[in-house]
Design a protein. Sequence first.
Length: 135
Amino acid sequence: VHVDFSETVLSLEEQYLVEAFLDRNHGGYDISISLNIHESTDFRRRLYPYISYVNIIPDHSDDLMGMYHEVEDDRWNGFDKLRLVVRPNDFSYRLELDEFIKQLLDHLEISEVGLSDLQSLLDLDKATISWHEER
């Protein structure tokens, strides 16, 4: 089951409702959650006992480069459930996206990232192919 809260930052009341829901329904379900990059770190960490992983969705992919301390702190505390999500539509060409992902993996010392959506990736591939055909 995947729950997407990436379009908004949750109020305290909404955070408690999410926690209560997960606490009551945590029985054999493989649950993942997408959260906005501005969501509270404390809230995200309170969800870890209930979820398989949490996707962090940025406003812009460049925002992810500043996540080093959070990723490192999570790792230090034994949490390995954080997945950063890159938005393909933030890039003009596929090679830009690939280079950014490589830099992100190296800079944050992580082994994987997610992509926000497949259609944006396909559109980026089309733009890259048409750019090469124009040359």
